[in-house]
Design a binder for this molecule. Structure first.
Ligand code: FMN
Length: 215
């Protein structure tokens, strides 16, 4: 039987209440403060019965994405449970991850929106946490190559028709900040196949000569 941890937010991994160790609770702050939710589940259900970790996003459902995630709620959960807590909300780089971990004592950080069109964010955050180094962002070449690879993976997983449409949202993130990105996005919106998508990118690369931007 599935048992959802929080009143708010969806669950990527729902506790199943079975005592198995393969379940994770994803807990938005919820309609009731997340920490109350956690104490409740910790006392009687999911956490006490085997969830090995919990992810907390410090917003209520009503907050949607306004303001910044409330770190105090994450800290309350950290203090209330005896399993690792994964903090979540508004982390987009190493310093933000470090600050969240230091302020809340969470064991790890989950990254959502900042990973859209930017899968490098995980390596960048890990490097920063391990060494304090801020890695340079990916080159244009890497970004376009990753967009191609991403689309290909989506095609394999979901079929070309769905993949190309889904890729439109991702693509505009991959192209963020590139010269003539608006034109490129407009063209990509028209692509109906992986081949067309690739052809548009190749045309773009040739047009720009793929010179690195001056920062
Ligand atoms: C497009 C999108 C889909 C999401 N889907 C889910 C979901 O299915 N289940 C869930 O628990 N959270 C979901 N979330 C919330 C994220 O997991 C995360 O808690 C939220 O984006 C805050 O983290 P961030 O500031 O790093 O983006 C989704 C967020 C976005 C932007």
């Amino acid at each position: 039987m599935n048992e959802k941890c929080a009143a708010g937010g969806g669950d990527y991994f729902s506790g199943n209440g079975s005592g198995e160790d393969s379940c994770y609770h994803k807990n938005a702050s919820g309609l009731v403060a997340g920490y109350d939710q956690c104490r409740r589940t910790g006392n009687g259900s999911g956490i006490g019965r085997g969830a090995p970790a919990i992810t907390v996003h410090g917003r209520t459902r009503e907050d949607f994405y306004t303001g910044t995630a409330d770190r105090r709620e994450i800290k309350k959960v950290v203090d209330a449970v005896h399993i690792p807590v994964i903090g979540n909300g508004d982390v987009g780089d190493g310093p933000a991850a470090k600050a969240l971990m230091e302020e809340t004592g969470c064991a790890a950080v989950a990254i959502g929106r900042a990973a859209w069109g930017n899968p490098w964010v995980f390596g960048a955050v890990n490097t920063y946490l391990e060494t304090g180094e801020i890695l340079p962002g990916p080159s244009w070449e890497e970004r376009l190559a990753m967009a191609r690879k991403h689309l290909h993976g989506l095609c394999v997983e979901k079929g070309e028709r769905i993949a190309v449409r889904e890729m439109r949202a991702h693509a505009s993130r991959y192209f963020h900040g590139l010269p003539k990105a608006t034109v490129l996005r407009r063209e990509i919106m028209k692509a109906l196949t992986e081949e067309e998508f690739g052809r548009i990118l190749t045309g773009y690369e040739m047009e720009l000569g793929l010179e690195e931007p001056e920062v």
